[in-house]
Structures are given as C-alpha cells and as structure tokens.
Design a protein. Structure first.
Length: 369
C-alpha cells in the first residue's frame, strides 16, 4: 500500500502547459476517482505520476519516496515506481495469451512460476475472463481486452494501481459489475487506487473520494461522493454531476424572487443576504410538482413536455422565461397521477443550493417552503 502526494506540479507538452500547480493527496489504501471533461489533463496527471511525463514544477511522492522533483531533478523511472497501470488504450500484448499477459508482470517481479500462475488466474477470475485464459487478444472483443489489462494491473502492484478509463468499452451491466469488482478488490487488498473517468456514476461507485477537474485542468473540489453531491462548491461542480436547473433569484423580505419575474416563495434561512442576487441550483429529482390552484403563490410553471423514460418521467416545465427539468419516479407518478401537458404546477424544491454571483456556495440553515 502507498499514499501519494502530488505537490504543486505543472506538466505540459512543449509550450502547452496542461496542468498548472496541481496538488493532490491520496491516502494509503484509499480509492480516489479523478473526474473531469475530455482533454482537461487527467491522463497527463496519471502519466506524470507514473513517470512517463516530466514535470516542470513541483514534486511527487509515493509513500515516503520522492519519485519526481523538478527542482531536485529527480525522475525515478516508471518501472521502479511499482505502480500497476491500465491506460485507456488497454494495450495488451498481442502475441501472448490472456494468461501470459497477466502472468508477465509477476514473472518480471521474479514471483515463482506456480505462485504467479495462481495469482494471475485469480485476477482473471475477478474480471470474469477465466474461460478465455488461453485465447489471444485478437480473439477477444475490445471490452474483453480491457478486462485483461485490468487483471494485469491488479497483479502488477499491491501498492498502487492507476486506472485510466479502464472500463469505458463495456456495456452498462458489465461496467457496473467491473466497478463493483474494483471496489471489492480495493477493500480486500487495501491497495491504493487512482481511477480516472469522465463518468461520474462509475466514480461514485468506486471512489472513497472524488476530485473534480474543470476543463483547464484545475481541481475544483475534492470530497466523498456524498459531499460532492450534497455540497458542490460551485456551479461547475453542481452541473458536472448531471442535469441541473439554475434560476437567477433575488432574496427580498424573507422571500426568494425570480429575477425579472413576478414569482416568489418564502424561505427560512440565515445564510442569504437581503437584496442580493443568487443563482438557485436544483436537481430534477429534488423538485416536486403540485397542481396549481388559482391564487397559489410560489414558483408556478406550465407543463410543456411529459416524457416517460421507464423508471421515471421527465418533465419540462416553463416557469416564466425559464425551462425547468423535473424528474419523478414512475411508481410515484402512477400512484398520484401523471402531470399533463398544458396544465399549471407549483414547484416545491427540497434542497436547493444557492451560489453568489461570484460562484461561492451559500450554506443554508432552515428549509425552503
Ligand atoms: N503527447 C502529447 N503531445 C501533445 N499534446 C498532448 C499529448 N497528449 C495529450 N496532449 C494534450 O494535452 C491535453 C490534455 O490531454 P489528456 O489526455 O491529459 O486529457 P484527458 O483529460 O485525459 O482527456 P480524455 O478524457 O479525453 O482522455 C489535451 O489538450 C491534449 O491534446
């Protein structure tokens, strides 16, 4: 097992600095998912950690060992860092069978043959490839090759495994199974895992903590999946976790009013300041629709579109100039009546977040009515 300390590193390609002054600490035995949009620099970060990319600033420690330092000109070679790696292109050696691919790193570590075979077969079973152990990669699908690469990383290091989008080619069911296997394995072996993905659902399944990067390669928030979900520090993180609604509001006389609309609702809190504008953020599943009656107060909207998605309904509700997305569990909708297009509904928000115009999250106390 190993902790990882990335201290103020900068990494780039030629004149293009991709990561600028990034710091990140991963605890011994922890699984950390690094999540961010395409080409924000996730792979570059992992490559720097593994020693494939040079850093131009900062230091990297694996456990107590300094493995990269720009100032001290330290750059330990990748094979000496003792990291199990799966990169996106899941390169497995084409001339070796599945078993030979997975045994290879163990043989390089001079693990005795019988023991190496046993450990390899166990890892192959964990990625559900036992029946393919003697096939060549050319006889496997892309997803199966990805699982072989995963098994090879699992046996490569008992310390630290880094996985760069290792299960993206799998269908949803297998992806879920593999996420679960990775999580189990991390718990059983206590190995430290750094997992890169742009899929926040996989990240939430696997990770003890998540680090959310923005498109310029800066880390916006690090926290447990629950912290990230319930207290996103800014609108970027909020949006990153899925479909979300943002309504500009102003807080006046104990009520929040939609900017430029004649609609307001009471709110009991001590966090918002009088006569101040905020962006109110809300997730579709955290809004309840109640059929509006004449004279009703609150945020009232007209149902524009009702779409049945199987397990839930997806609604587009027009609230003034804003289109608000609402999701409702299908069972609940069938029990209580499916909303109808053209009718008016009041939107009850269960746990909206408020962000100041300079992006700071406001900690609310009390409930929204
Ligand atoms: N070998 C390279 N030479 C020059 N530029 C590169 C190289 N590898 C990556 N880049 C650039 O660095 C930036 C970050 O790439 P990186 O692969 O780290 O992103 P990523 O977050 O892993 O993306 P994705 O999720 O799409 O894999 C991109 O703009 C990319 O074009």
């Amino acid at each position: 097992m190993a902790s990882v300390d990335i201290k103020g590193i900068s990494v780039g390609y030629g004149n293009n600095t991709v990561l600028n002054d990034i710091s990140l600490s991963i605890k011994d035995g922890e699984s950390l998912a690094i999540v961010g949009p395409s080409s924000c620099g996730k792979t570059t970060l992992l490559r720097a950690l593994c020693g494939f990319n040079k850093i131009s600033q900062g230091e990297i420690y694996i456990g107590d060992k300094l493995v990269s330092s720009a100032k001290k000109r330290v750059s330990i070679s990748p094979e000496k860092r003792n990291i199990g790696v799966v990169f996106q292109d899941y390169a497995v050696w084409p001339h070796m069978t599945v078993l030979e691919n997975v045994v290879y790193p163990l043989r390089k570590q001079k693990v005795p043959k019988v023991q190496a075979q046993e450990r390899a077969m166990k890892a192959i079973a964990q990625v559900k490839m036992t029946e393919y152990a003697h096939r060549l990669p050319s006889q496997l699908s892309g997803g199966q090759q990805q699982r072989v690469a995963l098994a090879r990383a699992l046996v490569s290091s008992q310390n630290l495994i880094v996985l760069d989008e290792p299960i993206t080619n799998l269908d949803a069911t297998l992806r879920e199974e593999m996420s679960y296997e990775i999580q189990q394995l991390q718990r059983e072996l206590g190995v430290t895992i750094i997992y890169i993905t742009h899929d926040q659902e996989t990240a939430m399944t696997i990770a003890d903590r998540m680090a959310i990067m923005n498109n310029t390669g800066d880390i916006q928030q690090i926290g447990t999946p629950e912290e990230i979900w319930t207290k996103p520090v800014n609108q970027y993180v909020y949006k990153f976790l899925g479909v979300s609604n943002f309504i500009p509001v102003v807080y006046e006389n104990g009520r929040i009013k939609i900017v430029d609309e004649n609609m307001s609702m009471t709110i009991e809190n001590k966090g918002l300041e009088e006569n101040t504008e905020y962006m109110m953020a809300s997730r579709p599943i955290e809004i309840k629709l109640v059929e509006a009656k004449k004279g009703d107060e609150g945020f009232i909207g007209k149902m524009n579109r009702v779409t049945y998605l199987g397990d839930q309904f997806d609604y587009f509700v027009e609230v003034g100039v804003h289109t608000i997305r609402v999701h409702q569990d299908s069972y609940d909708a069938f029990q209580n009546g499916v909303p109808e297009e053209g009718k008016y509904y009041r939107l009850d928000f269960s746990q909206p977040q408020f962000y100041t115009m300079n992006e700071q999250a406001v900690a609310l106390e009390g409930e929204v009515d």
